[in-house]
Design a protein around this ligand. Sequence first.
Ligand SMILES: [Zn+2]
Length: 494
Amino acid sequence: MSIVAILDSQQQGNIQADVLAPQFGALAEAYVYPHSITAEDGSLYFLTRQKLTKNLVVLSRRPQVQSPDAESRQFVTVDGQSLTLSIYRQDAATAAYLRSKLPWLAPVTLGLRTSVGCGDRLGLATPGHIHAVQQCTRDIAPIFAQQSIREMMRTSRTPQNVVDDAAWGVFQEGWRRGFGADADHLKTTADIDACVAAGYTFYTFDPGVYVDNMYDADKYNQLPWHDLESSPGDARRQYRNRFDDTVIERAFVKYGRAVSHVTRMYRHLAAAMNGVPFEVEVSVDETEQPTTHAEHYIVAGELRRLGVDWVSLAPRFVGRFEKGVDYIGDLAAFEADCAGHVEVARQWGPYKLSIHSGSDKFSIYPIVTRLAGEYVHLKTAGTSYLEALRTVARYDAALFRSIYLLAHEHYAEDRASYHVSADPAQAPDQHLSGVSDPQVILDQFDARQMLHVCFGTILAAYDGDIRRTLVENEESHYADIQRHFERHLASFCN
Ligand SMILES: [Zn+2]
């Protein structure tokens, strides 16, 4: 089919991307990503790259109305006809424009489908994530945009940057099967507002600071019963058929204020979304004490009673879920713990169990899928960034050595607020003396955690250099991400 015929037919089924990409490349004088080529509404859209710069190019019969200012606009002759070729900068205005034309670039809700959260601190990993998800033989719903407010601050990104970067990756790869956007670990209603404005669809509430691990009998009566729309007596009566009063009171002292906070966040979000579909995850994973099954049952029961609706819940499981490394703990104990949480999630749900700090926990994935079936959300945050550092180590060893030195210098400070146990004395020395291939560093437990938690410091110092290396070697970067995620997804989608 000729280009003009595609423009006239407004059909996209017949596009032969591999044939058209070189033709468009000649017109735009740039490399064209074949899977990005999209016909819609009498125009052709595609993503180009020249050196390190990517652009949106639109080919149409006439300049489009209501488009942002094009960087350049020219007439080209195709099949004997004059067409308009417009080139747009890869920025927020262009992303918003493209979303208005191609709705599959906007995040959607995913419901109860098995899902995976692919945190992406650099905003360059989505094509690699897509390649991995495309290999799945079973349906898995991806969240390509996901970052916590804490991470956004440390990487100097806005909620909109995170959503837009994922959308550009989706456009580049032509992924049409939908994706979610997770506003992760939100702690305040101000966090919610910032993310609603950026188009997020999945909201993770983290009431961790309201979890009280110190039980004291007096605290039970002093809970915010008014906010909980309950009373000390009502609460006991509600759960007495299942649990002793002491179990009930302890659960309320530990999680009562958290329940109240989540309810407040939920009502605020529902009002802010104003009818636009959204979904919520409740997470208490970043707390000191594991969540007992009774506590999970009571928290879920209270949230239900208060009208909160959620698709997934992240308890604090037993064992250690440290950043960037496998599960640390007794697998039999984890299995028993997970089984109890699955049962509670079936009773009050079904809803998904969410595995936070879920990256690199290869030993528990088979257990989780066997017990929870499809009702799982696997959340990974920093592991894509670590794989990006593997690419950097391969192509710019000197840069990687500087990064590693910085991690040694800042680990003591940067590890605060993270669950890690790396000991720098156990990691290869800060100058990597005698290490000929620095890629191996990414597989050393202590070094991996140090690089993981120092991401803010590392990106503040070397963001530009890291990005340049990754874009210059992007196929290799995507392959590193894909390989790592295929390992993660093997238990969940095959
Ligand atoms: Zn978490």
